[in-house]
Write a protein of this length. Structure first.
Length: 132
């Protein structure tokens, strides 16, 4: 009887651990696939981009999936937010204008990764440089 109870307990524990692992794996996949996943990836990208990190105002950030492409898993996402100063990138140690500055972004997410990101039509957010 004790041996049967032990085997049953061990089997139940293995089942719980396996189920938890599957749920964690599935949640990670959903976070980067489909339109909602693309929006999540784009928002995370903006939050970690130096312009936003320098002085972006969290309560102004909006992200929307605005289009899909014929390629599977490819989405266009737009985002907009306001910064407390003018300029792009990490502006620590630089002179900056004291003006609320709105920014809009066009981000391409493919297969859960940002492949292109342009702010205000003039700043490459991936390369961190002005587009000539």
């Amino acid at each position: 009887m004790d041996r049967t109870l032990g085997i049953f307990s061990l089997s139940a524990l293995v089942l719980v651990v396996a189920t938890a692992a599957m749920l964690t794996s599935t949640a990670g996949q959903q976070a980067t696939t489909g339109p909602d996943g693309a929006a999540y990836v784009a928002k995370s990208f903006i939050l970690n981009e130096p312009t936003f990190k320098f002085d972006g105002m969290m309560d102004t950030l909006r992200v929307n999936v605005t289009g899909t492409y014929p390629d599977p898993g490819m989405y266009e996402v737009t985002g907009d937010f306001t910064c407390a100063h003018g300029g792009y990138g990490d502006r620590n140690g630089m002179m900056v204008t004291e003006a609320l500055t709105p920014h809009d972004c066009r981000i391409i997410v493919q297969e859960g990764k940002v492949t292109s990101a342009v702010m205000d039509g003039t700043y490459d957010m991936v390369a961190q440089k002005i587009i000539v």
